[in-house]
Design a protein around this ligand. Structure first.
Ligand SMILES: *Cc1c(COP(=O)(O)O)cnc(C)c1O
Length: 380
């Protein structure tokens, strides 16, 4: 609790400090590539028909290829402000590990990334990428040897080394102040998108849709529209292979309330409260919990949550590639797949904003395997 209190005080101070905000804005612009464009997806819209207009918020164009850098930059600057010289992080697919290793290199901080042994094998390329960036990747051999166990191990390291170390959590999960702090850092997505919609379309969207793993890109898109009651917010979870326990990572759709990693939220758990294994073809969505602010939006009825299958998401990758020349990551392809399906029942001429959280380069091997365009090239 002392570590969390110290972090909350530091974040409250930083948030009110114009010098901190200016410095973060500078890095977001000159290093990460903000603001990201809002792209009108003309041919995708025509494919869906009914006069709908789809706009993509292009987080895929950021440095390191996804929205995670927004949060990593914010937390690294906060660590420097708190005079910590070491960053630690948990990672599943390796994307948050790469973002943390990147900002550690940028600010000259030591970096240790905890990763399940199973995930290290599945994501060997990202392990190598983190090492190139100067980080130490620490294999986690406990439990299922995946993300949930890496989180637990990172928490243990943090409480042991809190004087020198900041724990950089990768999504809007974990104990307070993390869900709030990460949401604030990611809200730049929705703030820009709101401004860009008003400037280019002249009005707010009817729907804002994003994929939900831990929920950071989605809450970052949603939060600035939360008071705009006419904007419908839709979070799309990983439906995996179906609704059976262990076959998906759709936490709000299939889960129940419980406590994990210091938060009370929806979890995928059995009747005894043991965490279930999860599955998604999108490694970034493969987590048995979800940010508590999503649980809150769901309870309020402010947002709705749905699930899309592995297969539908993979097909949506190909759809966006062929209609727009944009290869999305499989995570945001879940949001695209839902829109492609549901927009047929939405009012004619609806304006739809989709959070395109990351690019698909990291997923080409997976797509090749599942979409059956011949063999996986040897180098992926
Ligand atoms: C990690 C990741 C996600 C899932 O994380 P959230 O916290 O739910 O945003 C989604 N998309 C991409 C591209 C990712 O790398």
């Amino acid at each position: 609790m002392a570590a969390l209190d110290e972090l909350e005080r530091a974040f409250r101070g930083a948030r009110r400090d114009p010098a901190f905000r200016k410095e973060l804005q500078g890095y977001l612009r000159d290093y990460a590539g903000r603001p990201t464009p809002l792209t009108f997806a003309r041919r995708l819209s025509q494919t869906i028909g009914r006069g709908v207009r789809i706009y993509l918020k292009r987080e895929d164009l950021l440095h390191t290829g996804a929205h995670k850098i927004n949060n990593a930059l914010g937390q690294a600057l906060l660590a420097v402000r708190m005079k910590k010289r070491r960053l630690i992080a948990e990672t599943g697919a390796g994307q948050h590990g790469v973002a943390t290793a990147t900002v550690a290199a940028l600010f000259g901080l030591e970096c240790d990334v905890f990763m399940g042994e199973e995930d290290m094998e599945r994501q060997a390329l990202n392990v190598f990428r983190m090492r190139l960036l100067g980080a130490t990747v620490r294999p986690v051999t406990a439990g299922t040897k995946t993300l949930k166990d890496a989180c637990s191990e990172a928490i243990r390291d943090w409480v042991t080394n809190v004087r020198t170390t900041h724990y950089c959590i990768g999504s809007v999960v974990g104990p307070h102040p993390y869900p709030w702090m990460v949401r604030v850092f990611q809200s730049v997505i929705g703030q820009e998108a709101r401004r860009q919609m008003l400037a280019t379309v002249g009005r707010l969207p009817d729907y804002a849709v994003a994929c939900v793993g831990g929920g950071s890109n989605a809450i970052g898109l949603f939060a600035p529209f939360a008071r705009d009651q006419r904007v419908k917010l839709i979070g799309v979870e990983a439906g995996g292979r179906g609704s059976a326990p262990g076959a998906n990572a759709a936490t709000i759709v299939h889960g129940s309330p419980g406590v994990l990693h210091g938060m009370f939220s929806y979890l995928l758990q059995d009747r005894a409260g043991q965490i279930l294994p999860t599955h998604s073809v999108a490694a970034g969505l493969d987590y048995p919990g979800v940010g508590p602010e999503h649980a809150y939006y769901r309870r309020l009825g402010r947002a709705t949550y749905v699930a899309v299958s592995d297969r539908e998401a993979l097909q949506a990758c190909e759809l966006l590639a062929k209609t727009e020349g944009i290869l999305p990551a499989i995570e945001p392809a879940h949001a695209l797949a839902y829109v492609a399906k549901a927009a047929r029942t939405w009012p004619r001429g609806s304006i739809i904003l989709i959070g395109l959280s990351g690019r698909g380069d990291k997923d080409v091997g997976t797509m090749a395997k599942h979409l059956g365009h011949g063999r996986t090239p040897a180098h992926v």
